[in-house]
Design a protein around this ligand. Structure first.
Ligand SMILES: [Mg+2]
Length: 168
């Protein structure tokens, strides 16, 4: 059961992503969470480093899709600024949103990675879909109140995963 919450890789931030390494492992696309993964919660700015990050991925031939549980207005506006496709109201960890993102990118789960800051949505959903899952440290403490509650349970889960050697 715990295995489903175990990410394949843990990074401090999206900027640590090693594109070459992903390619060597047959990864051709990245599904990325939005809030607290790409930008702080509800931050609508697409700053230069983030623009460059998207460009680096695209230049390397990667397909990218934003996958967020947030509202369509928020997500679509951000996606337009970032110049990448997006799936909003994804209801992660359910698989439907992940599948829509894969369809959008025309990739199979086995050749796609997912980046996100939450075990209960991004990592659980990604593992259930068969993606390569990458956990990043949340960018800020500022979150939707529901998420703040989930974080309390997540803390316990993280402790358990570390104890079992499923999280480093
Ligand atoms: Mg998030």
């Amino acid at each position: 059961m715990l295995q489903k919450f175990s990410p394949d890789l843990v990074l401090d931030s999206i900027y640590e992503l090693n594109i070459k390494k992903l390619q060597d492992n047959g990864i051709k696309g990245v599904i990325t969470d939005l809030d607290n993964t790409l930008v702080a919660w509800n931050d609508q700015q697409v700053e230069e480093p983030l623009k460059n990050w998207f460009k680096t991925l695209k230049d390397a031939g990667f397909k990218v899709c934003i996958l967020s549980n947030n509202s369509s207005g928020r997500v679509e506006e951000f996606a337009a600024l970032a110049g990448v496709p997006a799936v909003s109201k994804a209801v992660k960890p359910r698989r439907g949103g992940f599948r829509r993102a894969l369809e959008q990118m025309e990739l199979d789960a086995s050749e796609t990675a997912v980046l996100g800051d939450q075990l209960f949505t991004d990592i659980l959903g990604g593992n259930r879909t068969g993606l390569f899952t990458i956990l990043v440290t949340p960018l800020s403490q500022n979150e939707f109140f529901g998420t703040r509650l989930v974080r309390q349970v997540e803390k316990i889960l993280i402790r358990k995963l570390k104890k079992k050697g499923l999280l480093y």
